[in-house]
Ligand binder design. Sequence first.
Ligand code: FES
Length: 262
Amino acid sequence: MASFPLPLQQPRGFGQTQRQDRWWLQPLAVFVGLTLFVVYATWAALQGEHYTHGPYLSPFYSPELWGNSEHAWFGPPPSWWPAWLPYSPAILILWAPAGFRLTCYYYRGAYYKAFWADPPNCAVGEPRQGYIGENGWPLRIMNIHRYFLYIAILFIGILTYDAIMAYRFEDGLGIGVGSLVLTINVVLLAGYTFGCHSLRHLVGGRRDSLHRGAVCSGIYRGCSALNRRHMLWAWLSLFSVLFADVYVRLCSMGIWRDWRLL
Ligand code: FES
């Protein structure tokens, strides 16, 4: 871990710091990583095709509420959808995982630094003198994170179902590379979701004291273990969800072949 001397007083000017390390590297990497993800995810979500292949369903499109594939819960695209707006099943659901990540405590710290340099990094001068944190609007909306958590847990259940169904091929049970891709993806997403700071508070915090019950304290310890590597889970799951979509898409387009292992 890089070490740097703690400043005796807060640096005054924007970008000023006593840090000797390459403090700009981390926010730059976050900027590049998140930008690439958002650009790809937006493009993929608007395609409305090549999101299934055999028993596989891209996580960007799950649950497919209305759509043209056999994975659709309620049948073909809804008649009430405005004709002027191109339909894609992903549009109906992606707000939930996007909101969950956007309001995540880790990502907030990361993209506040990377995208609006406030501050550019720890112990580096901010673009303004006063600190208002997230006490004012619009950032106060970030408190909504705990509600996105409830939906995210629901999504873990749905994606787990998708991963199980990814072993059911037309000719019976089997294992394809795609089955493993979707399974690893949901494991990583679960590691990210169940290490959420809000969930840790939910299961471990009660009137400012920890639950004494064995079940609750066990869940709390598990949640805390995941929480210690929350940043790592956040990035691994972000890349895995992207790769799962790429995998299903390229197989569906006939560019990649899905190898059957069993
Ligand atoms: Fe990151 Fe809740 S704090 S998912």
